[in-house]
Design a protein around this ligand. Structure first.
Ligand SMILES: C[S@@+](CC[C@H](N)C(=O)[O-])C[C@H]1O[C@@H](n2cnc3c(N)ncnc32)[C@H](O)[C@@H]1O
Length: 347
């Protein structure tokens, strides 16, 4: 990476690493005071959470950190230099979690936690060249892994108008999805963040242009989610995390040792819905159809929920760290091994 670009990353990394979202609560629920054991940071980013987890965990606890973004991994490596012997960084997506963690777990003990801090990092947003933000003019890229095929510009070149409107509605929750899609298709090819932002701003009613977030905010979010297949990868990863973490040892009155925990920090309703449904399915006991006189499924809960619903960061944190504003935290602990129940209707 060129030196000047590295400098801007470095600054952005410092800003983020000092304010990982809900870090105290994440540490309270995931840190392992006495090892051996393995923690997985599925989205290591600037390693703010990873460093806090390692600092709060025993010396025999190791951490495996994943990221699709090689620049993030380079910075995470520097931030975790003091933990060189306890941290291993993996240049892969969390949808490949099971393959990469098995080896470490076999050598270093049970997997006792997996953290997902989803979405885009502040440093990615603050690096104009990555094309995630409309705040500066840059190529319309938005790939978390710059080696992966398909930029946002490629997507906008080829997608048909109806599909684009669907993407903006579903992933951006964009009220003016059809108008924006029509405008983009009319003026494409679009090559820069500014050209896209201006096209969106011109497509929405004047009343939506002022007084709120930039009118292109939702369009950028939707395209980023699709370019990186974020929801599909997350859906593919959760069952791997559940299969990878160790179950609690159970006594007659409940768990007698801590099981592996899965924590999800989400920033988008689609991400939170996936986590909520996955945890609810895994926490379900009997899944026989209603009205069955006796249980024939024999299904037992695989997890217990450690958060009641989704926890939101407090007002203090949101004031200090705007990224916390839309955050939701859900945490579950594995209490038994077994297959997940088949999804119910609509699941
Ligand atoms: C919100 S940031 C994480 C910040 C981190 N918790 C910290 O304290 O610095 C999300 C990170 O997830 C990474 N990411 C996005 N999709 C991913 C995937 N499928 N697999 C692994 N990492 C991914 C991004 O590149 C980004 O660095």
């Amino acid at each position: 990476m060129p030196a000047d670009l590295m400098d801007s990353w470095e600054l952005a990394m410092d800003a983020q690493a000092h304010s990982p979202v809900a870090v105290d609560r994440v540490v309270e629920l995931l840190a392992v005071p006495a090892g051996p054991g393995v923690l997985v940071d599925a989205t290591v980013g600037a390693a703010g959470h990873a460093a806090a987890l390692l600092a709060a965990s025993g010396p025999d606890v190791r951490l495996v950190g994943f990221d699709r973004d090689p620049a993030a991994l380079e910075l995470a490596g520097r931030r975790l230099a003091a933990y060189r012997n306890r941290a291993r960084l993996v240049a892969a997506g969390y949808d490949e979690l099971a393959d990469h963690v098995a080896e470490t777990a076999a050598a270093d003990g049970p997997v006792l936690g997996v953290l997902y801090d989803l979405g885009v990092s502040s440093m990615q947003l603050d690096t104009p060249e990555r094309g995630f933000s409309f705040r500066a003019d840059a190529p319309l890229d938005m790939r978390m892994d710059p080696g992966a095929p398909g930029t946002a510009a490629d997507l906008l070149d080829t997608v048909d108008e109806a599909e684009l409107a669907r993407i903006l509605k579903v992933y951006g929750e964009e009220r003016y999805a059809r108008r924006i899609a029509a405008a983009i298709v009319r003026v494409r090819p679009l090559r820069s963040t500014r050209a896209l932002a201006e096209t969106v701003a011109a497509a929405v009613p004047a009343s939506a242009r002022y007084g709120g977030p930039h009118p292109a905010t939702r369009t950028f979010q939707a395209l980023r989610i699709v370019v990186n297949a974020e929801l599909d990868r997350f859906s593919a990863s959760l069952p791997q995390a559940l299969a990878t973490v160790a179950p609690a040892a159970m006594g007659a009155d409940g768990p007698v040792s801590r099981g592996g925990r899965i924590a999800v920090l989400s920033y988008h309703s689609g991400e939170d819905r996936i986590a909520k449904r996955f945890f609810a399915d895994a926490a379900a006991g009997c899944v026989c159809p209603p009205g069955f006189p006796v249980c024939v499924c024999g299904h037992q809960p695989l997890v217990r929920l450690l958060t009641r619903g989704a926890e939101r960061p407090g007002a203090d944190e949101v004031e200090r760290n705007p990224r916390a504003r839309s955050a939701k935290l859900r945490v579950a602990e594995k209490v038994a091994d077994g297959p997940l129940p088949a999804p119910g209707p609509g699941g």
